[in-house]
Design a protein around this ligand. Structure first.
Ligand SMILES: [Zn+2]
Length: 233
């Protein structure tokens, strides 16, 4: 066997007769475990398990699709929407407007040479919330039919540390920031909340239902866990 399954990643095992100690290397989002030629598999497994957290943190940084550095709200800066990066383009205009034109997020401000960071940030948040509302409504409708549930309402919120929730009256609430994530991850959040209308808690049955709709849900869930805390504007 020349690969090993870690918790949330796969590592390539490279055996080398020149090595006396084991080392873990992360390059371009891939994990390599370089070990002495005859190190037993169990020892490699325990090493990977011990370093699991460190590996995941490194991977999270390398696989980052969204820059972690604070946004400056300047032309050319990238903003993710459903996992696709759109460069910001700042123009001068009479009214503050924001729109997605071809691949660019075009923002009009009074004077584009002034410091407009705060105004642009507010425009962007407003735009994201509007997009979230329509995208999440559409997805909720689509998956409700598939799952066979009937949510009473869909609301967009600014949660601090959750992606969605569902109330006892079957109302669904989503964090608008989720639409920064790739489309399949957004689908996972929608399916997750809707399945709660059939199964209240995270029981085995709950995950079984999720898996019938999204067989690869674990991958999506993992992506969110690793990348989700960088979704700041
Ligand atoms: Zn849940």
């Amino acid at each position: 066997m020349n690969v090993i399954q870690g918790n949330g990643f796969i590592a390539d095992i490279i055996r080398s007769s020149k090595r006396k100690t084991a080392a873990i290397k992360i390059q371009k989002g891939k994990v390599f475990v370089i070990v002495p030629a005859c190190l037993p598999m169990a020892a490699i497994e325990s090493l990977v398990a011990k370093k699991n957290r460190w590996i995941r943190e490194k991977l999270a940084i390398q696989n980052e699709i969204i820059a972690i550095k604070p946004k400056e709200f300047v032309s050319g800066e990238s903003f993710s929407f459903l996992g696709r990066n759109h460069p910001l383009k700042i123009e001068s205009g009479l009214y503050p407007v924001i729109k997605l034109h071809q691949d660019e997020l075009v923002v009009s401000v009074r004077d584009k040479t002034a410091d407009n960071a705060l105004a642009i940030k507010q425009l962007l948040i407003k735009w994201y919330k509007q997009q979230a509302e329509s995208e999440l409504r559409d997805k909720t409708e689509k998956f409700s039919r598939i799952i066979g549930v009937n949510p009473t309402s869909v609301t967009i919120k600014s949660f601090k540390s959750r992606w969605g929730s569902c109330s006892i009256t079957a109302g669904i609430q989503y964090n608008w920031k989720i639409i920064i994530a790739p489309d399949p991850v957004v689908d996972y959040v929608v399916v997750h909340e809707l399945v709660h209308l059939r199964e209240k808690n995270h029981t085995q049955k709950f995950w079984e239902i999720v898996a019938t709709i999204l067989p690869d849900y674990e991958k999506r869930k993992e992506w969110l866990k690793v990348n989700g805390n960088h979704f700041e504007l």
